[in-house]
Design a protein around this ligand. Structure first.
Ligand code: ADP
Ligand code: UDP
Length: 249
Protein backbone atom coordinates (compact mmCIF):
# COMPACT_ATOMS: atom_id res chain seq x y z
CA UNK A 1 0.00 0.00 0.00
CA UNK A 2 1.36 3.43 -0.94
CA UNK A 3 0.70 6.79 0.69
CA UNK A 4 -0.11 9.30 -2.08
CA UNK A 5 -1.12 12.78 -0.90
CA UNK A 6 -2.26 14.53 2.24
CA UNK A 7 -6.01 15.11 2.11
CA UNK A 8 -6.55 16.72 5.50
CA UNK A 9 -4.78 17.86 8.65
CA UNK A 10 -6.98 17.99 11.73
CA UNK A 11 -6.23 18.75 15.37
CA UNK A 12 -4.96 15.23 16.14
CA UNK A 13 -4.53 13.36 12.88
CA UNK A 14 -3.46 13.68 9.25
CA UNK A 15 -5.26 11.79 6.50
CA UNK A 16 -3.60 10.63 3.27
CA UNK A 17 -4.98 8.98 0.15
CA UNK A 18 -3.49 5.65 -0.94
CA UNK A 19 -3.33 3.71 -4.22
CA UNK A 20 -6.67 2.16 -3.16
CA UNK A 21 -9.51 4.77 -3.25
CA UNK A 22 -11.35 2.87 -0.50
CA UNK A 23 -8.42 3.00 1.94
CA UNK A 24 -7.06 5.99 3.88
CA UNK A 25 -3.68 6.26 5.59
CA UNK A 26 -4.04 7.93 9.00
CA UNK A 27 -1.19 9.46 10.97
CA UNK A 28 -1.70 10.17 14.67
CA UNK A 29 0.07 13.38 15.77
CA UNK A 30 1.42 14.45 19.17
CA UNK A 31 -0.73 17.57 19.22
CA UNK A 32 -3.21 17.87 22.10
CA UNK A 33 -6.01 20.43 21.97
CA UNK A 34 -8.88 21.41 24.21
CA UNK A 35 -11.73 23.90 24.01
CA UNK A 36 -12.07 23.43 20.23
CA UNK A 37 -8.39 24.19 19.71
CA UNK A 38 -8.03 27.17 22.07
CA UNK A 39 -5.56 25.27 24.29
CA UNK A 40 -2.77 23.51 22.39
CA UNK A 41 0.40 21.54 23.19
CA UNK A 42 2.78 19.03 21.67
CA UNK A 43 3.00 15.98 23.91
CA UNK A 44 5.77 13.55 22.95
CA UNK A 45 4.43 10.00 22.67
CA UNK A 46 0.72 10.87 22.50
CA UNK A 47 0.29 10.05 18.79
CA UNK A 48 1.80 6.61 19.19
CA UNK A 49 -0.20 5.82 22.32
CA UNK A 50 -3.51 6.84 20.72
CA UNK A 51 -2.73 4.92 17.52
CA UNK A 52 -2.05 1.79 19.58
CA UNK A 53 -5.00 2.30 21.96
CA UNK A 54 -7.61 2.83 19.26
CA UNK A 55 -6.25 -0.18 17.30
CA UNK A 56 -6.64 -2.46 20.35
CA UNK A 57 -10.11 -1.06 21.09
CA UNK A 58 -11.30 -1.61 17.50
CA UNK A 59 -10.01 -5.21 17.72
CA UNK A 60 -11.78 -5.79 21.06
CA UNK A 61 -14.97 -4.27 19.61
CA UNK A 62 -14.76 -6.54 16.55
CA UNK A 63 -14.50 -9.55 18.87
CA UNK A 64 -17.80 -8.34 20.38
CA UNK A 65 -19.49 -8.07 16.97
CA UNK A 66 -19.03 -4.29 16.55
CA UNK A 67 -17.46 -3.43 13.19
CA UNK A 68 -15.51 -0.27 12.38
CA UNK A 69 -13.47 1.44 9.67
CA UNK A 70 -10.25 -0.01 11.14
CA UNK A 71 -8.17 -2.11 8.74
CA UNK A 72 -4.66 -2.42 10.18
CA UNK A 73 -2.04 -0.62 12.26
CA UNK A 74 1.06 -0.17 10.08
CA UNK A 75 3.50 1.64 12.40
CA UNK A 76 3.64 3.22 15.85
CA UNK A 77 1.80 6.31 14.63
CA UNK A 78 -0.01 5.14 11.49
CA UNK A 79 -2.93 2.93 10.55
CA UNK A 80 -5.04 2.11 7.50
CA UNK A 81 -8.81 2.63 7.63
CA UNK A 82 -11.71 2.37 5.20
CA UNK A 83 -12.29 5.65 3.37
CA UNK A 84 -15.67 6.96 4.46
CA UNK A 85 -17.92 9.94 3.82
CA UNK A 86 -18.34 11.23 7.34
CA UNK A 87 -21.56 12.44 8.92
CA UNK A 88 -20.76 15.92 10.28
CA UNK A 89 -21.78 14.82 13.78
CA UNK A 90 -20.14 14.28 17.14
CA UNK A 91 -22.04 11.37 18.64
CA UNK A 92 -21.78 11.44 22.41
CA UNK A 93 -22.84 8.71 24.83
CA UNK A 94 -22.98 9.34 28.55
CA UNK A 95 -23.24 6.82 31.39
CA UNK A 96 -22.26 9.16 34.23
CA UNK A 97 -22.75 12.93 34.52
CA UNK A 98 -19.54 14.85 33.75
CA UNK A 99 -18.13 17.74 31.73
CA UNK A 100 -20.51 19.95 29.79
CA UNK A 101 -23.53 17.81 30.77
CA UNK A 102 -22.83 18.21 34.50
CA UNK A 103 -22.40 21.98 33.99
CA UNK A 104 -25.48 22.39 31.77
CA UNK A 105 -27.84 20.73 34.25
CA UNK A 106 -25.94 21.59 37.45
CA UNK A 107 -25.53 17.92 38.34
CA UNK A 108 -22.58 16.83 40.43
CA UNK A 109 -19.85 15.26 38.30
CA UNK A 110 -19.88 11.50 38.94
CA UNK A 111 -23.66 11.19 39.38
CA UNK A 112 -24.80 7.89 37.85
CA UNK A 113 -27.39 8.31 35.09
CA UNK A 114 -30.49 6.12 35.27
CA UNK A 115 -30.05 5.34 31.56
CA UNK A 116 -27.33 6.06 29.01
CA UNK A 117 -27.85 9.35 27.16
CA UNK A 118 -27.22 9.66 23.44
CA UNK A 119 -26.48 13.23 22.34
CA UNK A 120 -25.54 14.78 19.02
CA UNK A 121 -23.50 17.87 18.22
CA UNK A 122 -22.79 19.35 14.82
CA UNK A 123 -19.08 18.91 14.08
CA UNK A 124 -17.94 22.51 13.59
CA UNK A 125 -15.01 24.15 15.37
CA UNK A 126 -16.24 27.59 14.17
CA UNK A 127 -19.63 27.09 15.86
CA UNK A 128 -18.18 25.32 18.93
CA UNK A 129 -19.84 21.97 18.05
CA UNK A 130 -23.43 23.05 18.90
CA UNK A 131 -25.95 20.58 20.33
CA UNK A 132 -28.62 19.36 17.88
CA UNK A 133 -31.57 16.98 18.29
CA UNK A 134 -32.82 14.24 15.96
CA UNK A 135 -35.33 16.45 14.13
CA UNK A 136 -32.63 19.10 13.59
CA UNK A 137 -30.29 16.54 12.06
CA UNK A 138 -32.91 15.35 9.57
CA UNK A 139 -34.26 18.86 8.92
CA UNK A 140 -30.77 20.14 8.03
CA UNK A 141 -30.02 17.06 5.91
CA UNK A 142 -27.04 16.00 8.05
CA UNK A 143 -28.43 12.43 7.97
CA UNK A 144 -31.69 10.88 6.83
CA UNK A 145 -34.21 9.42 9.27
CA UNK A 146 -33.03 5.87 8.41
CA UNK A 147 -29.36 6.78 8.66
CA UNK A 148 -29.94 8.40 12.04
CA UNK A 149 -31.74 5.31 13.32
CA UNK A 150 -28.77 3.16 12.29
CA UNK A 151 -26.22 5.62 13.75
CA UNK A 152 -28.14 5.61 17.04
CA UNK A 153 -28.38 1.82 17.11
CA UNK A 154 -24.64 1.53 16.51
CA UNK A 155 -23.79 4.17 19.14
CA UNK A 156 -25.72 2.17 21.77
CA UNK A 157 -24.05 -1.08 20.66
CA UNK A 158 -20.63 0.61 20.91
CA UNK A 159 -21.54 1.80 24.41
CA UNK A 160 -22.58 -1.71 25.53
CA UNK A 161 -19.37 -3.24 24.17
CA UNK A 162 -17.12 -0.48 25.57
CA UNK A 163 -18.76 -0.74 29.01
CA UNK A 164 -17.91 -4.44 28.96
CA UNK A 165 -14.31 -3.80 27.83
CA UNK A 166 -13.56 -1.05 30.36
CA UNK A 167 -15.25 -2.85 33.24
CA UNK A 168 -12.91 -5.79 32.58
CA UNK A 169 -9.89 -3.48 33.06
CA UNK A 170 -11.21 -1.71 36.18
CA UNK A 171 -12.09 1.51 34.41
CA UNK A 172 -15.38 3.43 34.63
CA UNK A 173 -16.53 4.53 31.16
CA UNK A 174 -18.08 7.89 32.03
CA UNK A 175 -18.79 9.23 28.53
CA UNK A 176 -17.30 9.25 25.04
CA UNK A 177 -17.56 10.70 21.55
CA UNK A 178 -17.61 8.71 18.33
CA UNK A 179 -18.02 9.56 14.67
CA UNK A 180 -19.74 7.54 11.97
CA UNK A 181 -19.43 7.50 8.20
CA UNK A 182 -20.60 5.75 5.07
CA UNK A 183 -18.48 3.51 2.85
CA UNK A 184 -18.55 3.82 -0.94
CA UNK A 185 -21.05 0.93 -1.01
CA UNK A 186 -23.38 2.70 1.42
CA UNK A 187 -22.66 0.83 4.69
CA UNK A 188 -22.77 2.91 7.86
CA UNK A 189 -19.78 2.22 10.11
CA UNK A 190 -18.04 3.41 13.24
CA UNK A 191 -15.03 5.56 12.23
CA UNK A 192 -12.44 8.03 13.60
CA UNK A 193 -10.88 7.02 16.96
CA UNK A 194 -11.72 5.74 20.42
CA UNK A 195 -8.97 6.86 22.79
CA UNK A 196 -8.52 8.65 26.13
CA UNK A 197 -8.75 11.86 24.04
CA UNK A 198 -12.36 11.02 23.20
CA UNK A 199 -13.53 9.14 26.32
CA UNK A 200 -13.73 9.99 30.01
CA UNK A 201 -12.12 7.07 31.80
CA UNK A 202 -11.95 6.92 35.59
CA UNK A 203 -9.74 4.42 37.39
CA UNK A 204 -11.70 2.18 39.74
CA UNK A 205 -8.63 0.17 40.76
CA UNK A 206 -6.98 2.52 43.25
CA UNK A 207 -10.01 3.10 45.46
CA UNK A 208 -8.49 6.29 46.87
CA UNK A 209 -11.94 7.87 47.05
CA UNK A 210 -11.08 10.68 44.65
CA UNK A 211 -11.53 10.49 40.88
CA UNK A 212 -8.39 9.21 39.13
CA UNK A 213 -8.59 10.50 35.56
CA UNK A 214 -7.02 8.29 32.88
CA UNK A 215 -8.05 10.59 30.02
CA UNK A 216 -7.68 14.01 28.39
CA UNK A 217 -9.26 15.81 31.36
CA UNK A 218 -5.72 15.63 32.81
CA UNK A 219 -4.72 18.03 30.02
CA UNK A 220 -7.98 20.00 29.76
CA UNK A 221 -8.01 20.74 33.50
CA UNK A 222 -4.22 20.92 34.11
CA UNK A 223 -4.38 17.94 36.47
CA UNK A 224 -1.15 16.24 35.34
CA UNK A 225 0.76 14.45 32.60
CA UNK A 226 -1.43 12.41 30.26
CA UNK A 227 1.33 10.01 29.14
CA UNK A 228 1.48 7.67 32.18
CA UNK A 229 -2.34 7.53 32.21
CA UNK A 230 -2.57 6.68 28.50
CA UNK A 231 0.22 4.08 28.97
CA UNK A 232 -1.77 2.50 31.80
CA UNK A 233 -4.88 2.27 29.60
CA UNK A 234 -2.87 0.67 26.78
CA UNK A 235 -1.22 -1.88 29.09
CA UNK A 236 -4.55 -2.92 30.60
CA UNK A 237 -6.24 -3.16 27.15
CA UNK A 238 -3.39 -5.26 25.76
CA UNK A 239 -3.62 -7.60 28.77
CA UNK A 240 -7.35 -7.97 28.15
CA UNK A 241 -6.78 -8.71 24.46
CA UNK A 242 -4.20 -11.38 25.39
CA UNK A 243 -6.59 -12.90 27.93
CA UNK A 244 -9.39 -13.02 25.34
CA UNK A 245 -7.09 -14.35 22.59
CA UNK A 246 -7.81 -11.28 20.44
CA UNK A 247 -5.00 -10.97 17.89
CA UNK A 248 -3.20 -7.63 17.57
CA UNK A 249 -0.70 -6.70 14.82
P1 ADP B 1 -10.60 17.18 13.79
O1 ADP B 1 -11.04 17.16 12.35
O2 ADP B 1 -11.78 17.23 14.73
O3 ADP B 1 -9.57 18.20 14.10
P2 ADP B 1 -8.76 14.87 13.72
O4 ADP B 1 -7.48 15.62 13.75
O5 ADP B 1 -8.88 13.66 14.55
O6 ADP B 1 -10.03 15.74 14.12
O7 ADP B 1 -9.01 14.55 12.18
C1 ADP B 1 -9.50 13.38 11.73
C2 ADP B 1 -10.56 13.66 10.68
O8 ADP B 1 -10.76 12.48 9.95
C3 ADP B 1 -11.90 14.04 11.28
O9 ADP B 1 -12.41 15.17 10.59
C4 ADP B 1 -12.78 12.80 11.05
O10 ADP B 1 -14.12 13.15 10.83
C5 ADP B 1 -12.14 12.22 9.80
N1 ADP B 1 -12.23 10.76 9.67
C6 ADP B 1 -12.13 9.83 10.65
N2 ADP B 1 -12.25 8.58 10.15
C7 ADP B 1 -12.43 8.72 8.81
C8 ADP B 1 -12.63 7.80 7.74
N3 ADP B 1 -12.65 6.49 7.94
N4 ADP B 1 -12.81 8.32 6.49
C9 ADP B 1 -12.79 9.66 6.27
N5 ADP B 1 -12.60 10.57 7.24
C10 ADP B 1 -12.43 10.11 8.50
N1 UDP C 1 -15.55 14.83 23.28
C1 UDP C 1 -14.65 14.70 22.24
N2 UDP C 1 -14.52 15.71 21.34
C2 UDP C 1 -15.23 16.85 21.43
C3 UDP C 1 -16.16 16.99 22.48
C4 UDP C 1 -16.29 15.96 23.39
O1 UDP C 1 -13.98 13.65 22.12
O2 UDP C 1 -15.07 17.74 20.57
C5 UDP C 1 -15.72 13.74 24.25
C6 UDP C 1 -15.12 14.08 25.61
O3 UDP C 1 -13.79 13.56 25.70
C7 UDP C 1 -16.03 13.36 26.56
C8 UDP C 1 -17.39 13.34 25.85
O4 UDP C 1 -17.09 13.56 24.48
O5 UDP C 1 -15.58 12.03 26.74
C9 UDP C 1 -18.38 14.35 26.36
O6 UDP C 1 -17.76 15.60 26.37
P1 UDP C 1 -18.54 16.90 26.92
O7 UDP C 1 -19.71 17.17 26.06
O8 UDP C 1 -18.80 16.75 28.36
O9 UDP C 1 -17.58 18.08 26.59
P2 UDP C 1 -16.40 18.75 27.37
O10 UDP C 1 -16.74 18.78 28.81
O11 UDP C 1 -15.22 17.88 27.04
O12 UDP C 1 -16.37 20.08 26.71
Amino acid sequence: MEKIEQLYEGKAKKLYSTDDPDILWVEYMNQATAGNGEKKAQIEGKGSLNNHITSVIFALLKARGVNSHFVKRISDTEQLVRHMTMFPLEIIMRNTAAGSFATRYDVEEGTALKKPILEFCVKSDDLGDPFINDDGIVALGLATEDELAEISRQARAVNDALLDIFKAIDVQLVDFKIEEGKTSDGAILLADEITPDTCRLWDTKEGSGKIEHLDKDLFRRDLGNIIPAYEEILTRLKNLAAKEGVELD
